[in-house]
Ligand binder design. Sequence first.
Ligand SMILES: [Mg+2]
Length: 381
Amino acid sequence: MSEIVAIDITHHQLPLDPPFPASWDPQPRTKFPATIVRVRDSDGHEGIGSGDVMYGFSDYARYFLGEDPLDLEQHAARLANIEFHAGRPWPLDVALWDLAGKIKARPIWRMLGGASPRLRLYASSAVHRPVAAMVQTAQQMIEAGFAAMKVRFGRPSVDDDLAVITAVRDAVGDRLTLMVDCNQGWRMPWDVAKPWDLETAWRVAQRLIAEDVYWMEEPLHRGDYDGMLQLRDRVRAVSPMRIAGGEMTREPYEFRELLTRDCLEVFQPDVVCSQGFSGLAALGREVVAAGKLFTPHTWGNGIGVLANLQLTAGVVGHEGSQWVEWPFDPPEWTLERRDYPLAVPLRAEGGWITLSDEPGLGAALNEEALFATASSQATFQ
Ligand SMILES: [Mg+2]
C-alpha cells in the first residue's frame, strides 16, 4: 500500500483580452483563474484536480498526508467536514480519484460503474448578445454539430431576454433543443440584485413553454423550495417543460429536500463544487431512480468539465443525463481559453464526446501554460 506524501495547490490566471462578458457576472472578466491541486503518493503516482480556490487548505493537509490514497470514503468524509468549516475543498477529491485511477489503472468512469463512456453535449452559451447575434450563435452551434443549446437570461429587461429566445426559435425551428438558464439561484459576491419572485418566474415560464423550451434553469433562489413547487405545479399543468437547478447546492440534506419534495426534474450538481465523486454518484443514482435527469453543471476549466463527464459517464450515462453541459461560446469563450490548464483541449465530435480508457481523469497538465500563468491569486480581475 502506498501513502499520500504531498498535496500541492497552485493558482493561475489566464489574461483575457478581449475580456469575457459572462452573463452571470456584472463585471466583464479580464482574467480566467484556475486553482490546480496535485496529490502524490509514495509510489510516484500523481493525481490532479481543479475547482474552487482552496485558500487556507494547508491547515488541513495533515489529515490526508500519510493516509492510504485508496481510502476514498474517508477522504470524502473529511472533505465534507472541511467544507463546513472552510469552503469548498472538492478539487482535492477530484485529484484523489485521479490518483486512485492511476494506481488501479482504471478510468474514473469505470470505477463509478461504467454506465456509458459516450455522452451527448449541449452547447452552453455565456454571453448576452443582441438578438441577431444570438440567432447567428445558434446557427453556428448547429453547424458545429450540436443538437441542443443553452441560452442565458439576465439582461436588464426580461422582455429583451424573451425576444432572444423567440428569435432563436423562429430561426432554427426544431433543429435545436433549447434550454434557458435564468440564473436566479445564486449571485457573484459583488452582485446584490434580488432573485425573481414566483410571479416573475411564472410569467417567463409561460413564454418559454410557448417556445418549446426543454428546461428552465434556476428560475428562483436555490432555497425557495415552496416557490419551486408552486412554479412546477403551474408548469406541469400545461406543459412538459422541466425545472432544473442545484448547481451550487452543497449539502446532501439540501438535495434530499429538492428530491423528496419533487421541486426539480433536472438535477445539476457539480463534482468540483459539491460532495465529490462518491457523494454525487450516490445522488445521481437516486435522481435517476426517481425518474429524473442528472446532468451536472460545469463551468470551470477543462479539468472540471472532464471530472463532471467522468461522473456522468460512470453513474448514469447518456440515458440518465440526456445532455451534459459543454461550456462553449466562441469567440468570447473558446476551448483554448477554457482548457488552458490541459496539455490537449477536450474534443467533442458532432455534439458527442466519448471518454477514453486512460486511467483516472485521462488528462495531463500543460505545464508550460501553468508556469506562464502562475499567480498568487485566483480572481477574475
Ligand atoms: Mg446554471
